[in-house]
Design a protein around this ligand. Sequence first.
Ligand code: GUN
Length: 279
Amino acid sequence: MAAQLIDGKATALEIRAEIAQRVEELRGRGIVPGLAVILVGEDPASQIYVRNKGIACEKAGMRSLTLRLPAETTQAELEDRIRELNADSGIHGILVQLPLPGHLDERRALGVIDPKKDVDGFHPINAGRLLAGEKCAVPCTPRGVMELLRRTGLELQGKEAVVIGRSNIVGKPMALLLLQAGCTVTVCHSKTRDLAAHTRRADILVAAVGRAGFVTADMVKEGAAVIDVGINRVDGKVVGDVAFDEVWEKAGFITPVPGGVGPMTIAMLLKNTLEAAGE
Ligand code: GUN
């Protein structure tokens, strides 16, 4: 039987409409949630992501500020700009688009963001809070995945969840959120031996590898929920980490690319910004 498609695009639009309504209420009380995005350099993919974030922000009725800094920006200059935004009471959320050019220290820069304005949840304080199960800004992509899983109605408690990828942005926080939801979690990565032996046991399989079509049908358990976080460009087309055409006949639920997790990342960024503004 073919999988049920998880429509991230429609879900994200629903959530964005709810957020827009709450922004309107906040504006009625004199608060305009503001998000600042810093982009250093000219990475083409980052430019598209940053533009989309700004548009989404404005559509939700929020204030959007995009700082485009030259690729030669120094660490001190970048940190100064972040400190200025920390001190700006009209800005509730700050996001430094990653990756940064190679000469810049990503971890140091993220550590300068005021944890209260850290809408990506990448500051070590927020990462630590997530680890401890405390209230914090949750990284947008894993938060979006959890929202999609929740809306399938699947019981997560006691399920086998396998995450492929161990990045700070997706893999690690994803594993923590699934653990919090009561899943038995396995994190696989490039050094994992016999990857398919792990993935075949997964009731919930999250692919965050960055390689087009990496997850094939033989790696998937019949009826599994397959969540594809990958955004890969192949011959001008955007495709995920999952070989959708073959996996969708085997899975119980599956997210498409595009139109799955991607739109949810932006919706969760708006949600984190709204919450940082006092919701
Ligand atoms: N680059 C790719 N994904 C992300 C993200 O979620 N946040 C930031 N800041 N940069 C990214």
